[in-house]
Design a protein around this ligand. Structure first.
Ligand code: PLP
Length: 427
């Protein structure tokens, strides 16, 4: 195992890194150290974040960052790729095995890059695409007018129902029958319920569309068996590797064999040049970690923790959008406490609880204020927190949001958060 880093953000000196490198750039390393300390001190409730293993961090700080490797294993445009070929092949094999997929591309630099490639591979510019509304939990790369997706394709959005804040698959079907899209996208950034992939597939087949599932948020839950897998149903599945999957910041695509050629070509040379081989090494390591039995336990614990947190918040006067959660995240409507999301985010930050303001479905407030906050349990579960801690955390959050200007209460809660984070260090 790697030696400890004394709670700084610096990679430890290991054989995989340029170990023992001098840290002469005092300005940069000072900020990195402070970020390391911040992560240790605060409870990370941002649903899209996690804490990777030291081994993943070491790979990203390795000499692989020096290598150009345009192309794919065995077919590169540069010499000297024999070792990075091994790394990329391992990542591909591990991704296909972990997700039970026929094929994989591990080069996308991010989730958005993965979606760019998937759209390029599956449809032609100007095509009609049906995807989840951004205001109801969808992602920018699913049709935001300023994103490449909204610029180059014709999107229509489905959303959640007003009465139960859940997707109604009959409504999605009716929209698809009227709109006749070439592609249907499923997947979200802020939807706490199980996505019905077989129903999406049936709708896509009925209207002659392809199905792209973006499992960015739930990839780790799918890998750990805590959420149904979209892989048997979708033509292509995109994801990020840094959320519940707990790998490095990056994107990943798995697909049916028939789509591999167009996907590979859409990633490189379509949307990217040289792959980040250091990140691909880190992806390979994370995929191995995610295949271990301990990761199955982790994924189940993430979901169990989210349920207890949602229940505790409800018992203490907050409203959870759709009434609860099936996955790692929840949208909390903070208006019952007379607040907006922006102020709730700030008040919680003051007590070392990090989260983000978020629109709730049919929000009356603009995105800059928002009526909700989004909370996730992926990172706090990584540091070892369990159900009993979620009940305490839920009570802290509710207390602070009930009295956001009560300085002595915030001092007390910040102190208690500190005791908990010291008892459960990340590294
Ligand atoms: N897709 C979904 C559903 C997401 O939630 C996100 C990120 O939050 C992305 C794609 C994009 O990932 P990235 O930030 O790596 O581009």
């Amino acid at each position: 195992m790697n030696p400890p880093t004394q709670n700084t953000g610096r990679p430890g000196p290991t054989a995989a890194t340029a170990g023992g490198a001098p840290h002469t750039d005092r300005e940069v390393w000072a900020a990195v150290d402070l970020e390391g300390a911040r992560q240790e001190r605060q409870l990370e409730l941002i649903a899209s974040e996690n804490h990777t293993s030291r081994e993943v961090i070491a790979a990203m700080g390795s000499v692989l960052t020096n290598k150009y490797a345009e192309g794919y294993p065995g077919k590169r445009y540069y010499g000297g790729c024999e070792h990075v070929d091994v790394v990329e092949t391992l990542a591909i094999e591990r991704a296909t095995k972990l997700f039970g997929a026929e094929a994989a591309n591990v080069q996308a630099h991010s989730g958005t890059q993965a979606n760019i490639a998937a759209l390029m591979a599956l449809v032609t510019p100007g095509a009609r695409i049906l995807a989840m509304s951004l205001d109801h939990g969808g992602h920018l790369s699913h049709g935001h007018p300023k994103n490449f997706s909204g610029v180059f394709y014709e999107f229509q959005s489905y959303g959640v129902e007003k009465h139960d804040e859940r997707l109604d698959m009959q409504r999605v079907r009716d929209m698809a029958r009227a709109f006749r899209p070439s592609l249907i996208m499923a997947g979200a950034s802020a939807y706490s319920r199980v996505l019905d992939f077989p129903a999406f597939r049936a709708i896509a087949d009925e209207v002659g569309a392809k199905l792209l599932v973006d499992q960015a948020h739930i990839a780790g839950l799918v890998a750990g068996g805590a959420h149904p897998s979209p892989v048997p149903h979708a033509d292509v599945v995109t994801m990020t590797t840094h959320k519940t999957l707990r790998g490095p910041r990056g994107g990943l695509i798995v697909c049916k064999e028939a789509y591999l050629k167009p996907i590979n070509s859409a990633v490189f040379p379509g949307g990217q040049g040289g792959p980040f081989m250091h990140v691909i090494a880190a992806k390979a390591i994370a995929l191995r970690e995610a295949a271990a039995p301990s990761f199955t336990r982790y994924a189940a614990q993430v979901v169990a923790n989210a349920k207890v947190l949602a229940d505790t918040l409800t018992e203490n006067g907050l409203r959870i959008v759709s009434g609860g959660t099936d996955n790692h995240l929840m949208l909390v409507d903070v208006t019952p406490k007379g607040m907006v999301g922006k102020d709730a985010e700030s008040a919680l930050h003051e007590v070392d609880l990090t989260c983000n303001k978020n629109l709730i479905p049919y929000d009356q407030n603009p995105p800059s204020k928002a009526s909700g906050i989004r909370l996730g349990t992926a990172a706090i579960t990584t540091r070892g927190l369990k159900e009993e801690h979620m009940a305490t955390l839920g009570r802290w959050i509710a207390a602070v949001l009930s009295a956001p200007t009560d300085e002595s209460l915030k001092r007390r809660v910040r102190g208690e958060v500190g005791e908990l984070t010291r008892a459960f260090p990340i590294y």
